[in-house]
Design a protein around this ligand. Structure first.
Ligand code: FAD
Length: 397
């Protein structure tokens, strides 16, 4: 006998939004995740009252008013603005490239002077048809910005010299002739106060997060209509890597937000990802770098950036008290291999073709919806994944 209307595999944003809307529409929903926690990649772990972004720094930003209003139902957002700092051998520059950057680099004061300086450097380089990424970058912003702010960072990210990278990777390099170091051109931006995990828990209606498979207990009613039950530490796949029929039988329909190639036992081959490794440290000092993100743009420093998590929420705990310690994460670009945590889908032709083949198999699966960044093998920002889940809800609920 079917107990649930939906089994949602994955308690990340896609799964949580879908579960919330389904329960609001009167459905009984079971959510499982193989990790020991909810929230997927936006999971924030509390360390010394600091909400640590365990799977990479996440800044919510969107131009979609509907999504912005939607997330307000689950969290209060602070006024965090992403303004990374570049550290080149100890010289600090403001990012993205703007008047603060140009003033520090060349001592120019007016936008006209900055524009002239960039033009002068481009002219001097005399590159007409860029043959690689280095030439492309220099032809766009000149030598100084390239050498100090682009070269080392890009080489660390791609693990190759810029002269060996294709020019098309950099189509344009936005240059702002204003004193504006707000990284995102988004209408709305912020971080949920209390961390993303709390926001996702609210989407899941505050259901008790249970470890293991004691299904049928701990459901949370939603609007007196449907309900959500959450179990972590439960893998949808069995030891052989096939979808578990006993779990599927628990519900009429499955919403699957794991990797699409994994669902089919990688039978057509592995989809590739770009990966990143984090080294996180708790420091016995209140302030390490004075900013949430500092990019290390020289080639010699092995990490690409350091995140100091407390500054996403301005260094205070939930009661407004200053926090005497700090947590930092160094990020290292790394090659992905099967079995590693998948981070960024590689949207090149080869992987695109393979995904299309998996998608055809997915379309032939009865009663399974494939969604989210892994299910659709697509780089989604948070707002886009929420919008996509809401669209799906509109279609099927
Ligand atoms: C390093 C990094 C930084 C980012 N920064 C930003 C940012 O600043 N701003 C922004 O808007 N977006 C950012 N994003 C994108 C953001 O993380 C995604 O939009 C969002 O997390 C996608 O949610 P999801 O539910 O699709 O996937 P996920 O969060 O990955 O959720 C999928 C869940 O499914 C579970 N699962 C998988 N397989 C199984 C299985 N077999 N059984 C049970 N459970 C399973 C996983 O454990 C996971 O919890 C960033 C992404 C990365 C990688």
């Amino acid at each position: 006998m079917t107990k649930y209307d939906y089994l949602v595999v994955g308690a990340g944003l896609y799964g949580a939004v879908f579960a919330h809307e389904a329960a609001k529409a009167g459905k009984k929903v079971l959510v499982i995740d193989r990790r020991p926690n909810i929230a997927g990649n936006v999971y924030t772990e509390d360390i010394e009252k600091i909400h640590v972004h365990k799977y990479g720094a996440h800044i919510f930003h969107t131009n979609d008013q509907k999504v912005w209003e939607y997330v307000q139902n689950f969290a209060v957002f602070n006024r965090f603005t992403n303004s990374p700092v570049a550290n080149f051998h100890g010289e600090l520059y403001s990012l993205p490239f703007n008047m603060y950057t140009f003033n520090k680099m060349w001592g120019v004061v007016t936008p006209e002077e900055a524009a002239e300086k960039i033009e002068e450097q481009r002219r001097e380089a005399g590159i007409k048809e860029p043959k690689n990424l280095e030439e492309q970058a220099i032809s766009l912003v000149g030598t100084d910005i390239y050498e100090k702010l682009i070269k080392g960072y890009t080489e660390k990210q791609w693990g190759r010299p810029c002269t060996e990278l294709p020019a098309f990777i950099i189509k344009r390099l936005p240059v702002r002739l204003t004193f504006d170091n707000n990284y995102f051109n988004a209408l709305y931006q912020g971080i949920p106060v209390g961390g993303y995990t709390k926001m996702v828990a609210n989407m899941l209606a505050g259901a008790k997060v249970q470890e293991g498979e004691d299904f049928g207990t701990g459901e949370a009613p939603v609007d007196d209509a449907g309900s959500i039950e959450v179990h972590v530490g439960v893998d949808f796949f069995d030891a052989e890597g096939a979808p578990r029929e006993d779990l599927k039988a628990l519900a009429d329909k499955v919403v699957y937000t794991g990797a699409i190639d994994a669902y089919f036992g990688y039978k057509l081959g592995y989809l590739e990802y770009r990966s990143v490794r984090f080294e996180t440290e708790l420091l016995d000092k209140p302030n390490f770098q004075g900013n949430a993100a500092v990019n290390y743009t020289d080639r010699e420093t092995p990490w690409t950036r350091i995140i100091e998590h407390k500054w996403f929420e301005f260094g205070k705990d939930d009661d407004g008290n200053d926090i005497p310690k700090t947590v930092i994460s160094r990020e290292f670009s790394s090659e992905w291999k099967p079995g590693d945590e998948p981070y960024y889908p590689v949207n090149d032709e080869k992987n695109g073709r393979l995904y299309e083949e998996y998608k055809r198999l997915a379309e032939a699966e009865d009663n399974v919806i494939f969604g989210g960044r892994l299910g659709e093998y697509k780089y989604y920002d948070m707002d886009k994944v929420i919008a996509s889940a809401l669209d799906m809800c509109g279609e099927v609920l």
